[in-house]
Design a protein around this ligand. Structure first.
Ligand SMILES: Nc1ncnc2c1ncn2[C@@H]1O[C@H](COP(=O)(O)OP(=O)(O)O)[C@@H](O)[C@H]1O
Ligand SMILES: [Mg+2]
Length: 358
């Protein structure tokens, strides 16, 4: 029977742990390229003593690009400000910020050894969407503006059945399948199941990064995988559809592998540039304001783009008064820029802002 875009696709096949498309010869070259790029990113990060300084800033870039695919739009500046001053943001910016938290929180949970479950997946969805519901029990469809192009399975029991298959494959680590190919297949399958009323794209892309942790390919949630997807959005949609309509796994898998390769290299480039700035900033403070220098202070300036007094106080670096002296001194030597939002002062790391803006 031909696939019908107007009827729930309840015949969506389960994924089996060993299918021939998991071993396509034509994708081997790209698998290797993607794996090499990922391994380099992981390796370089592990050589840095404090890789967690990248987490907040880089995970927000991923959050921004992934949300942008769904037309949830914000700017870096709004996002960085909202990170520091939670309350002032517009609804889209808040949604992107929640995405970043769901990503970082989810990554931490997986790193501690937790397995995928319906509960965990629902939690990621709720965190992003700020909703209380879970797996849907009604039909939804995907349209292209003119007509329906895909109607995912319905309803709750069918979805749960397919999601449990997804979970059992995702949690299986002992097979011989390349983890990146597996991630590509799991991402298609998750989107095809489309378990929630909305937020499926974003939940699925958070899960991509979590899978990289589960399979040991990444130790920190810093990869901007959605950047490539966002820049090739039409291919992304077309190739998802291509699997459903004509079983075209090959092109789909190649697409995701290419995304991994490109974004690993891109992310690594950002990491290097930030480290360079970090070292230059260290020298500058030590040279021009040695009386306030400490490594903790330096790290705090890179943990987010906008710093405020309380960050220094919370980390035990300075009292409220000293914190003000420190940050204003860093303004004087040209590292920070002071801005007033409402009745609060925040301090922008100028160099870091420029790097992330590009
Ligand atoms: N033909 C398709 N088949 C399966 N999934 C699709 C198809 N086209 C798009 N998608 C997925 O659906 C997502 C959009 O679903 P949606 O629930 O609105 O997510 P979000 O709220 O995060 O926007 C896309 O990002 C993509 O991952
Ligand atoms: Mg949506």
């Amino acid at each position: 029977m031909k696939f019908n875009p107007d009827k729930p696709y309840n015949k969506l096949p389960n994924i089996l742990p060993d299918e021939k498309y998991w071993r396509l010869l034509s994708i081997y070259e790209q698998v290797n390229k993607a794996n090499r790029a990922m391994a380099e990113l992981k390796g370089r990060l592990s050589a840095i003593p404090n890789p967690d300084i990248f987490i907040n800033t880089l995970s927000l870039q991923e959050a921004k690009d992934s949300s942008s695919i769904e037309n949830v739009l914000t700017t870096n500046d709004k996002l960085f400000k909202a990170f520091t001053l939670d309350s002032t943001a517009d609804p889209h910016t808040k949604e992107v910020l929640r995405y970043g938290k769901a990503l970082v929180g989810g990554f931490r949970v997986m790193k501690s050894g937790k397995k995928f479950s319906v509960k965990l997946i629902e939690l990621i969805y709720r965190n992003i969407k700020k909703e209380n519901d879970g797996i849907r029990d009604f039909s939804v469809y995907i349209g292209n503006g003119y007509r329906r192009i895909y109607t995912p399975p319905c309803c709750r029991d069918v979805i749960l059945d397919k999601l449990n298959n997804w979970i059992s494959v995702a949690n299986l680590k002992s097979d011989e399948i390349d983890p990146l190919i597996k991630m590509a297949i799991l991402h298609y399958q998750f989107e095809a199941i489309h378990p929630f009323k909305d937020g499926n794209g974003r939940t699925g892309r958070v899960i991509n990064v979590l899978l990289l942790s589960v399979y040991g390919l990444l130790d920190d949630p810093v990869l901007y995988l959605s950047k490539y997807i966002n820049e090739h959005k039409n291919d992304y949609y077309r190739l998802l559809m291509g699997v459903t309509e004509s079983n075209n796994w090959e092109e789909w898998i190649l697409f995701i592998l290419k995304a991994v390769e490109k974004t690993s290299k891109y992310t690594l480039g950002k990491v290097f540039t930030i480290i360079e700035l970090f070292n230059n900033t260290k020298e500058k403070i030590q040279g021009e304001a040695p009386e306030i220098y400490s490594f903790e202070l330096l790290e705090t300036l890179f943990t987010q783009v906008y710093c405020k007094y309380s960050f220094l106080v919370e980390k035990g670096i300075a009292s409220r008064n000293t914190a003000s002296k420190y940050l204003n001194r860093l303004v004087e030597i040209g590292i920070l820029k002071k801005e007033k939002v409402g009745n609060e002062f925040i301090f922008k790391n100028k160099g870091l802002y420029e790097i992330l803006k590009k």
